[in-house]
Design a protein around this ligand. Sequence first.
Ligand SMILES: Cc1ncc(COP(=O)(O)O)c(C=O)c1O
Length: 496
Amino acid sequence: MNGRSPALAIEIDRLKPLPIYLQICERFRTAIAAGHLRPGDRVPALRNLSTQLSTARGTVELAYSILVDEGYLQMRGAAGTFVSPSLPGSVVQRADEKRAGGAKSRDTRREQPTRSEGAVTVAMSGEPRPLQPGLPALDAFPRKIWSRLVSRRVRSGDRAMLGYPDPMGYRPLRERIATYLGLSRGVTCLPEQVFITGGYRATLELVLRSLAQSNDRIWFEDPGYLLARNFLTESGVQLTPVPVDDEGMDIARGIELDPEARFALVTPSHQSPLGQVLSLTRRLALLDWAKKGARWVIEDDYDSEFRYSGRPLPALKSLDRHDRVIYTGTFSKVLFPGLRLAYAVVPDRAVERVGRVACSMNAGSSALLQAAVTDFIEQGHFARHVKKMRALYGQRRVFIADALEQAFGKRLNIDLPPGGIQFAVRFAEGPNGPVDDVAVAARARQAGLGVLPLSIWYANARMPRTPRGLVIGFANVTDASEAARLARKLRSCLDR
Ligand SMILES: Cc1ncc(COP(=O)(O)O)c(C=O)c1O
């Protein structure tokens, strides 16, 4: 560490809607990417910077802690805070390119991508089942508040509540979402960029109809979200499965397999179904790849509100300097999936096209429910509910993890998930070889449980080396004794 302390003029604009801590983050990221700050440089002490900016020390502290989480900065106790000496390659490369005044040439090697298998049918609808993945706590949703808000809107006499809705979404909700994403996910956008849809797959349909051409290929995480894979397969999009490891989707492997794909679909905050976070190095590599070929990255940020240690990580979109990321979110996890409300944040250059397709493609989602969600957010119920659920799910995931460990012993490998409302567990090999997870899940289904087999989330589900396990939802496990009962029931489905 060279300890250089370059002068850095940080400016903040108090009139900007972007909170000051995010403006500070933004300034540091840009300075690092531009090479004004280099690995090992010392950055101003908290107290100095807060005095310089006439802002609270806590504001600077928050910005620094986000930059540390993202890998840009490193805190070294009394020695101070430094630009990380092991900055990811692509940040350094971007800085080098900037200094050299040009982009490096691109590797255009090409291999035939492997193709995924056809769609796998999975029933998620109907009566919710215990341990069903993807379901938030249905017992804890504030029904009384919700019904008051809905009925007030119905009684209001506002005729727009009963007429055809705006196909792009109810304007006040688009505004609320834009503000929420700025504050909570580091995503800066205008309401005009926010499109409300009838769920994540409707979002994908809107995006692909607007931006994809025939024969476009899409990188898809392997394993990856089952229902999205089914939807894309049915839509005729060609999938290139890209393996996932401890750092999320392996971007270098994606480039080897299919450098010319036009889309990548990722779950960077909480990989579905394995739960990893896409590392900063990979995030930057993915954005770099997208920028170089004018490709699109679809960020599926479906349940990032729920993290049980540390703060939720900023969205990939918050690093997107070249407007290549289409950010997607849903109300299914933070409220309830029967609502059928989700959204996309579309880069400026695509807003008009997506708007045209939205108007021609669908008749929008219920204005009444969108207005009720707007009220729910405006009146502070949303923030309270998410906070409450974070604490509740933190407990419930421990109930089920403990109970599974108790019931299965060494037959199951369980890693307590750092976030989300479901997790994947793997079977250890049984006395007769690998466990047939599809058969276990089928028996569990007969026993009334909603777990899904893990192997079918992989592109090549039946290959001998494909991991076998289960994807388990824990948000509705109310206490330790229920967890123990469910785990024992599941255990009885393991061996015939
Ligand atoms: C990976 C992933 N993405 C997105 C969603 C949201 O889908 P929807 O908005 O259709 O409920 C889910 C829901 O389970 C999911 O697991």
